[in-house]
Design a protein. Structure first.
Length: 188
């Protein structure tokens, strides 16, 4: 059975009051949601709390899910990302973002650094970014939001979103270069 069909079966059971079905849904997606949350927040504890909060929202709004419009994973991932953004907004992360004119430089990494970089190192490099940079980077590069959507969701200007992305990429280049130097034994 295909994932989408499996999800629809589980969702229908949940909507009919089957609590074990919700546990099945939780077990199926909780690790994925945790990884998503870890891209937005630095601590595992915050990420775990956000996963729990996301599942509460998913459960509460499950009746609104329309399988003809999107896959469950796409719909629920939006819930998780929005939960992370609300958490960050509560911490006033975006009140201090710069409003700088659009920057056009592209993110480029030396090919050897990419080859030597593993997922864990990349995740650590992303987590090391300041919250504003990390949030915009995740939303744009990984989750596919446009700068207009980011600006709307974070209550910032599009130019601020672009500026934060530029700065995030610049900082990632530095972090990745340091990782590359560590790999070849030239950086402590």
């Amino acid at each position: 059975m295909e994932h989408k069909e499996q999800d629809i079966l589980i969702i229908n059971k949940i909507l009919q009051g089957d609590r074990l079905a919700f546990k099945e849904l939780y077990n199926k997606y909780s690790k994925f949601y945790l990884l998503t949350c870890l891209r937005y927040v630095k601590t595992k504890e915050d990420a775990e709390d956000l996963v729990q909060e996301s599942f509460v929202k998913i459960y509460k709004d499950l009746h609104q899910y329309d399988s003809s419009k999107s896959a469950f994973l796409s719909w629920s991932k939006r819930v998780v990302i929005n939960t992370c953004l609300m958490f960050l907004r509560k911490k006033s992360v975006f009140n201090f973002m710069d409003n700088i004119v659009e920057m056009t430089n592209r993110f480029q990494m030396p090919s050897q650094a990419v080859e030597n970089l593993n997922l864990q190192d990349l995740t650590k490099s992303i987590q090391a970014l300041p919250k504003g940079y990390r949030t915009v980077f995740n939303m744009h590069v990984i989750d596919g939001y446009t700068h207009a959507e980011i600006a709307d969701k974070l209550n910032i200007s599009e130019s601020t979103s672009k500026s934060q992305l530029f700065k995030a990429k610049k900082q990632l280049r530095i972090n990745i270069d340091e990782t590359e130097l560590k790999f070849v034994g030239l950086y402590a």
